[in-house]
Design a protein around this ligand. Structure first.
Ligand code: GLV
Ligand code: GLV
Length: 329
């Protein structure tokens, strides 16, 4: 059932079930490199395509859309879509889709993994053992911070923030949140308290970011915000690196203004291997892997493929970012 003449470009190898769906539907080309396709390659490859399955590492802007006159859908293999100029896509009648929902629990699990890792100094402890420095049981060795009974501050209470809040109940945490949208039913169900940002920054032991990157959230955590945090506070970021002013974060960690940070995302990505943040014991940086479970990445692949196929068939995809495009057609 290959739809005759339809061409699709996939910008990286993703789990096979997603690729199989696309290949059985359209003439599908896949960039198989480990690194993203270079810009010139991408601009060249999209010339005749009807659909692109993109990653968050591909910049889908007006230049690219202009290079792809037949383009009708950009299906992003991610929940975030800050790599795509959605307004320009909408103006051109190009549908944009993403992969929300399927990665919620996996990402929330990982936010908690990072939180526990930093709070209990797991990386330092592992290094200590590997370096042969473990001589005896030490009463003062690697003392960290308790999760149970602490105060967690969630910035952003969308799907992922909500799933983190649910996990916090198991650790008997008191959970505060800051969001433009209030969630009374979640507040009741999980015992959450909605507060303003300053209160959250002042009162939280752990601050976890779960907001999309927009012009409003860019550098929303900077020098001024670190000053308000406790000296024992730990910042966890599984959202987007640009939400945090990374230089201010370095200063806050190096000066002891806050106690630690766990970053799944950085600005830029990848972070430079010589970045001073990587020299700090109280900062754990991992390569943007919060949604990286086998099951979830497979679901993301089929979801992104199904979204793309639906859009090219003129149907409403399950996860459109700009559904108004279909109404316009
Ligand atoms: C990952 O960061 C995503 O947006 O899915
Ligand atoms: C530690 O292992 C303890 O028994 O307290």
């Amino acid at each position: 059932m290959v739809a005759l003449g339809l061409k699709v470009y996939v910008t990286r190898l993703i789990p096979k079930p997603g690729l199989d769906l696309l290949c059985s539907f359209a003439d599908t080309r896949i960039w198989e490199g480990e690194l993203p396709p270079p810009r010139e390659v991408l601009l060249q490859q999209v010339k005749e395509v009807d659909g692109i399955l993109s990653l968050l590492t591909d910049t889908i802007d007006t230049e690219l859309m202009d290079a792809a006159p037949n383009l009708r859908v950009v299906s992003n293999y991610a929940i975030g879509y800050d790599n795509i100029d959605v307004q320009a896509a909408t103006e051109r009648g190009i549908m944009v889709c993403h992969t929300p929902g399927v990665l919620t629990d996996t990402t929330a699990d990982f936010a908690f993994t990072l939180l526990a890792c930093v709070a209990r100094r797991v990386m330092e402890a592992v290094r200590y053992v590997r370096e042969g420095r473990w001589k005896t049981w030490g009463p003062m060795l690697c003392l960290g911070y308790d999760l149970y009974g602490s105060t967690l501050g969630l910035i952003g209470l969308g799907r992922i923030g909500g799933a983190v809040a649910k996990r916090a109940t198991g650790f008997e945490m008191r959970t505060l949140y800051f969001d433009v949208n209030r969630q009374p039913s979640l507040e009741e169900e999980l015992g959450l308290t909605c507060v303003d940002l300053d209160t959250l920054l002042r009162e939280s032991d752990f601050i976890s970011l779960h907001t999309a990157l927009t012009s409003e959230t860019y550098h929303m955590i900077g020098a001024e915000q670190f000053k308000m945090m406790k000296n024992t506070a730990i910042l966890i970021n599984t959202s987007r690196g640009q939400v945090v002013d990374q230089e201010a974060l370095y200063e806050a960690l190096a000066s002891g203004e806050i106690a630690g940070a766990g970053l799944d995302v950085t600005d830029p990505e990848p972070i430079d291997a010589d970045d001073p943040l990587l020299k700090l014991d109280n900062c754990v940086v991992v390569p943007h892997i919060a949604s990286a479970s086998i099951a979830t990445r497979t679901l993301m692949a089929t979801m992104a493929a199904e979204n793309l196929i639906a859009a090219l068939q003129g149907r409403m995809p399950r996860n459109p970012v700009n559904p108004q495009v279909l109404d316009k057609r």
